[in-house]
Design a protein around this ligand. Structure first.
Ligand code: CAA
Length: 385
């Protein structure tokens, strides 16, 4: 399909594809098996300016938009979804700073993120706060010189590997969602340590870890936005980043489709390659339709955001939900095309199938995001253009 990408976007996409095929493909199975954070790949992404894409030019970035970021995430995920999310989580961890940071905060941190010197991460989720995001318990108590953070964050992507964390904590416990604030916390801050590292079904090369805060003093100047705006910042941030998760799903589904077509061409049963069987052809055709539909929606939402639209909560949730459901469906069907060998670790489809599941779960479960979409529909008055 013709998506009318700019010359720069085509260059970014093809560079990301080259990195994925030349640098990630040869090591993806080993990284997955060893559950090893892809540091060498992160260095390659840094050297090729991939972290500059989502940072404005005045902070040593390339000033790209949501679609540019989606193109990179998609291409990385086509080969390895764990690498793609490790990269995308840096954008997630930078986004509050990008949108709501002070000039001083941006000058201090963004150039290092752009160069890849520091990876970033975002920390909201806790044991008591998954879908119920405002049920966090981590507190940030105002003291002389800053805020004392106490609590434990859970399932934090890039946890332990990132140098800079955007952490959501309660500055006014009694005010719930309106009592949360956002803080920038550096890795080596006293009182900040890392707990349990999760052992996961999929995206195993990515790091998913607990963050532990014990009387961790964060300087006052590290608060992002105003006290009490942390929850709204978070919700707006997800509106911007969910298309990136859609792109992760599109890339993964694309990789699975390509693997299934290749296998169906060479696997001979009953004297013919199985791609000559109509039952297999129809499965492949449905997979191709679904991948293209997910890509079209994801790009359209990213373009809506890049056009300067003010409100895109619903569209952003749609891209994430639709693309991730399709990634699960396409990887499942791709494994069916592979038959028995697809279930074995010798072929990439087993990893792709495992990697797909989490995309329906993180950055808002697909159930909670359907609630979000339905809520927007209920609020709507009349017919929208
Ligand atoms: N933009 C602006 N404001 C928003 C908003 C948005 N998109 N969504 C909600 N708000 C505001 C509401 O207007 C409300 O403000 P008021 O108090 O002024 O009315 C406030 O935020 C609270 O909103 P709700 O009452 O709707 O919130 P809730 O407590 O019922 O939560 C939910 C509902 C917001 C949908 C929440 O369930 C949700 O988003 N859950 C998903 C959490 C999530 O995405 N976690 C991901 C963790 S990070 C991750 O997964 C990354 C990774 O590792 C890859």
């Amino acid at each position: 399909m013709e998506y009318f990408l700019s010359e720069q976007q085509k260059t970014i996409k093809s560079l990301a594809r080259r990195i994925a095929e030349e640098k990630i493909l040869p090591v993806r199975a080993e990284l997955d098996e060893k559950e090893e954070f892809p540091w060498e790949i992160m260095k390659v992404l840094a050297h090729t300016d991939m972290f500059r894409i989502f940072i404005p030019e005045e902070y040593e970035g390339l000033g790209g938009g949501c679609l540019d970021l989606c193109l990179v995430v998609e291409e990385l995920s086509r080969v390895c979804s764990a690498v793609a999310i490790s990269y995308a989580a840096v954008a997630l961890g930078s986004f509050a700073l990008l949108q709501y940071g002070t000039e001083e905060q941006k000058r201090k941190y963004l150039p290092d993120i752009a160069s890849g010197k520091r990876l970033a991460a975002f920390a909201l989720t806790e044991e008591t706060a998954g879908s119920d995001a405002s049920a966090i318990r981590t507190t940030a108590k105002k003291v002389a010189g800053g805020y004392l953070l106490n609590g434990t964050k859970r399932f934090i992507t890039n946890g332990g590997e990132a140098e800079l964390y955007t952490v959501i904590a309660l500055t006014a416990k009694e005010r719930g969602a309106r009592g949360a604030s956002a803080f920038l916390v550096e890795k080596d801050t006293p009182g900040f340590s890392f707990g349990r590292k999760e052992k996961k079904l999929g995206i195993r090369a990515s790091s998913t870890r607990e963050l532990v805060f014990e009387d961790c003093l964060v300087p006052e100047e590290n608060m992002i936005g105003k006290e009490g705006t942390g929850f709204i910042i978070t919700m707006k941030l997800f509106d911007h980043t969910r298309p990136g998760i859609g792109a992760q799903a599109v890339g993964l589904a694309q990789g699975a489709l390509e693997a299934a077509v290749d296998y169906a061409r060479q696997r001979v049963q009953f004297g013919h390659p199985i791609i000559s069987l109509q039952a297999v052809q129809h499965m492949l055709a449905d997979m191709a339709i679904q991948v293209e539909a997910a890509r079209a929606l994801t790009y359209a939402v990213a373009r809506t955001i890049d056009s300067g639209a003010k409100h895109f909560t619903e569209e952003s949730a749609m891209a994430k939900v639709f693309a991730s459901d399709i990634a699960m469906k396409v990887t499942t069907d791709a494994m069916q095309v592979f038959g028995g060998v697809g279930y074995m670790r010798d072929y990439p489809i087993e990893k792709m199938f495992r990697d797909a599941k989490i995309i329906q779960i993180y950055e808002g479960t697909n159930q909670v995001l359907r609630n979000t979409i339905a809520l927007e529909l209920r609020k709507r008055k009349g017919i929208r253009e």
